[in-house]
Design a protein around this ligand. Structure first.
Ligand code: ADE
Ligand code: ZN
Length: 333
């Protein structure tokens, strides 16, 4: 089993997916045409997203977001993304949502966007059998003030659908402690916490996320492998890594699948899970990731089932939701 189709039917839980980053290029091009916005510079000759490096990726990403202008646009986006995920066998997904792209951090506007997204998720549950929860996400390079407004939006709308809070964006901008207020606010509202770290920053960035933001999950975290003590700490504390190997390869962090540290982290007892991050940007799919890991490390269906159980156990979900996810993950034999 080493081809993407071999894994498509396997039920999956995805914990790390940026809703805007999952927008198919044709979807963004369609919105750009409807709104007469010229976005030709962000596409390559084949119609895919074009970027040179991580900083440029963030610019292209934000340019694509400029055509996501209304709650209705986000309703359509959510439907398109969940359909795409369901085709990959995903039965439960946690998507990052940024109020910065949904009304600019204004709470009343955010509520309107959220209502449309929640309705689209309910439709997808009925039509495609996939469930979704959302992680409200601040953008590190937008700064701590914006992050406060984002945390306020998250805290005010925390509940059945908004179950987590996180931080994405340029890991080189500021330090995790600059965002401690936002994370404290989200924690007090009962939200699960995750932070992008150890992607572009080294082991010290993972330590800072653990110490200053007190997260239980780390987005990426793969560069923890450079520090044996940190790997031990992650394993002992049960911190969950949302590993996105295809993203790391596409952005040039590692040369190839064999060089990616996910297998070493797993072997060291760290709880790893598998996700796609921004799949159309990185020309990946979740089934494609499984197939590549099967080829590189000899992982088999039982390995992927175990990784998906870890993801279900780490989902930011209440007990009833988790039980439902686990039931759908492991149909009766
Ligand atoms: N936003 C979307 N994808 C991201 C990534 N891989 N790292 C940081 N921020 C992001
Ligand atoms: Zn990410």
């Amino acid at each position: 089993m080493t081809a993407p189709e071999d894994f498509r039917a396997l039920p999956k839980v995805e914990l790390h997916l940026h809703l805007e980053g999952a927008a198919p290029p044709a979807f963004i091009r369609g919105l750009a045409a409807e709104k007469s916005v010229d976005l030709s510079r962000i596409f390559d000759v084949r119609g895919g997203y074009a970027f040179r490096d991580f900083k440029h990726f963030l610019q292209v990403y934000e340019a694509a977001c400029t055509v996501l202008q209304t709650p209705e646009d986000f309703r359509r986006l959510t439907r398109a993304v969940l359909e795409q995920s369901a085709e990959q066998g995903v039965i439960h997904t946690e998507a990052f949502l940024s109020p910065d792209f949904c009304g600019g951090g204004d709470l009343a506007a955010w509520r309107e966007y959220l209502a449309a997204i929640t309705e689209a998720a309910a439709d997808a549950r009925k039509t495609n059998g996939i469930t979704m929860r959302a992680i409200v996400t601040c953008i590190r390079h937008f700064g701590p003030e914006k992050a406060r407004a984002t945390a306020h939006c998250a805290a005010e709308t925390a509940g059945d659908f908004i179950t987590g809070f996180g931080i994405a964006g340029d890991e080189g901008a500021g330090a995790p402690r600059d965002f401690a207020w936002a994370f404290d606010c989200a924690r007090e509202a009962g939200l699960g916490l995750t932070a992008h770290a150890g992607e572009w920053g080294g082991p010290e960035s993972v330590r800072a996320a653990l110490d200053d933001l007190r997260v239980t999950r780390i987005g990426h975290g793969v560069r923890a492998i450079e520090d044996r003590n940190l790997v031990e700490r992650l394993a002992e504390s049960g911190t969950v890594l949302e590993v996105c190997p295809g993203s790391n390869l596409a952005l040039g962090l590692y040369a190839d699948w064999a060089a990616h540290p996910v297998a070493k982290l797993r072997a060291a007892g760290v709880k790893v899970t598998l996700s796609t991050d921004d799949p159309p940007f990185f020309h990946t799919t979740l089934s494609g990731e499984y197939a590549a890991l099967a080829r590189a490390h000899g992982w088999e269906e039982a390995d992927f089932r175990a990784l998906n159980r870890t993801a279900a156990e780490a989902a930011f979900a209440d007990a009833a939701t988790r039980a439902d996810i686990l039931t759908r993950l492991e149909p009766a034999i």
